[in-house]
Design a protein around this ligand. Structure first.
Ligand SMILES: [Zn+2]
Length: 75
């Protein structure tokens, strides 16, 4: 009985129904984020040795912990 009184005393805010997002508005952002994720995945997983875009070990050392975290072969 106490619960019914307590819940009746708390006003519930009126929430207007939101319109669904159109696919045409989301698709370019989804492609952009997907491309960024692929670039990040390349640098974490394959930026080393013969597939390296940048000379030296700077990029590899910078993403080294992420490489081990994601289980890519390293050393
Ligand atoms: Zn390593």
């Amino acid at each position: 009985m106490a619960e019914a009184v307590a819940s009746a005393a708390i006003p519930t805010p009126a929430v207007a129904p939101s319109a669904p997002l159109p696919v045409k508005a989301v698709l370019p952002w989804a492609l952009f984020v997907g491309l960024l994720m692929l670039v990040a995945l390349y640098f974490v997983g394959a930026e080393q040795g013969a597939t390296a875009l940048f000379a030296g070990e700077g990029v590899h050392e910078w993403v080294h912990d992420g490489r081990h975290l994601l289980g890519f072969p390293c050393h």
